[in-house]
Design a protein. Structure first.
Lengths: 115, 109
């Protein structure tokens, strides 16, 4: 596609439920990042994939959060037993190769609301 | 202490003014420094990036990095109402890119 695509754009769920957020990166981009952005804050790093493997998952807040990228393209962020504090915009970004220069291309985000 | 500190603003200036946005950081391993612009309900978009210390100019935008002081700046000349957005500094040394909290900027016509 022309840009990074994220679905759903909005998700409302109840506390305790399971949620999946999908990211479709720019074709040919090998690096993929997940960030979480709360209101009035900057993006908070969660996980970085280079190809199919997680190169750095140090930002995942706890074991309720998990992300996969089985074929090196589409990625899914999975949140188990959601809590109200998980409410945020989840941003996905991709880049052509390891992005030491910081040239990330972001999607518009998935807005998660946990009631 | 956060790795990257940025004044959240909001900052309001008249059209045509020069805007100065700044960030400080604590991790001396950071080598690449970026500025992103984010409009409401959109993802951030890269404005400029700079490697190590020095200046870089692109049209009305100038980025400065002073590694000795761990301080980076973005200057916007001849500011326009369309520049109204949140500006995020970001930096990296290896794999993950760390963002500041963002400064909300409003340019008054």
């Amino acid at each position: 596609g022309a840009g990074v695509s994220q679905t759903p754009s909005n998700k409302v769920t109840e506390k305790g439920k399971y949620v999946e957020l999908r990211c479709d990166p720019i074709s040919g981009h090998t690096a993929l990042y997940w960030y979480r952005q709360s209101l009035g804050q900057g993006p908070e790093f969660l996980i970085y994939f280079q190809g199919t493997g997680a190169a750095d998952d140090s930002g995942l807040p706890n074991d309720r959060f998990f992300a996969v990228r089985p074929e090196g393209s589409v990625s899914t962020l999975k949140i188990q037993r959601t809590e109200r504090g998980d409410s945020a915009v989840y941003l996905c970004a991709s880049s052509f190769g390891p992005s030491n220069t910081g040239e990330l291309f972001f999607g518009e985000g998935s807005r998660l609301t946990v009631l | 202490q956060k790795e990257v500190e940025q004044d959240p603003g909001p900052l309001s200036v008249p059209e045509g003014a020069i805007v100065s946005l700044n960030c400080t950081y604590s991790n001396s391993a950071f080598q690449y420094f970026m500025w992103y612009r984010q409009y409401s309900r959109k993802g951030p978009e890269l404005l400029m990036y700079t490697y190590s210390s020095g200046n870089k100019e692109d049209g009305r935008f100038t980025a400065q990095v002073d590694k000795s002081s761990k301080y980076i700046s973005l200057f916007i000349r001849d500011s326009q109402p369309s520049d109204s957005a949140t500006y995020l500094c970001a930096m990296t040394g290896a794999s993950k890119i760390i963002f500041g909290s963002g400064t909300r900027l409003s340019i008054r016509p």
